[in-house]
Design a protein around this ligand. Sequence first.
Ligand SMILES: [Cu+2]
Length: 144
Amino acid sequence: MVPRFTKVLVLLVVVGLVSAGCSKKKDTTTAASESGGGTITIAGQSANDHGEKTVSGGSLDVELDDFYFNPTTIKGPAGSQVTLNLKNESGTKHNFTLADQNVNQDLDPHQDVTVTVTMPASGSLQFHCEYHEGSGMIGQLEAA
Ligand SMILES: [Cu+2]
């Protein structure tokens, strides 16, 4: 028969391992979400930067959160039509405005909306959230 204190010890070790695993996981997530941190300048404005991605297969998921677009820079073939699967991951109402192409799409909290945009023939094109542009919620389409 195994002494009671041994069982308790085993339980403590298991709990310790599980919580160590959890905290390690949480640290990784935090690091990932902050890896694109900092700001970049888009069309003369300060934008919260959450990295860049290149469109493949004609579509791309774009996360909207407080207060940034992820990815912030969307690269794709010059002049091509691209589908953006916009996902508002926050409890705040956001918006995707691409003034140049008359796109102005609101997204309620946790709402997903698909929009179609045309990549610029060259250079880049600014888009933003019309509610939080002043907070740096700005991104860009870039001809690849
Ligand atoms: Cu917003």
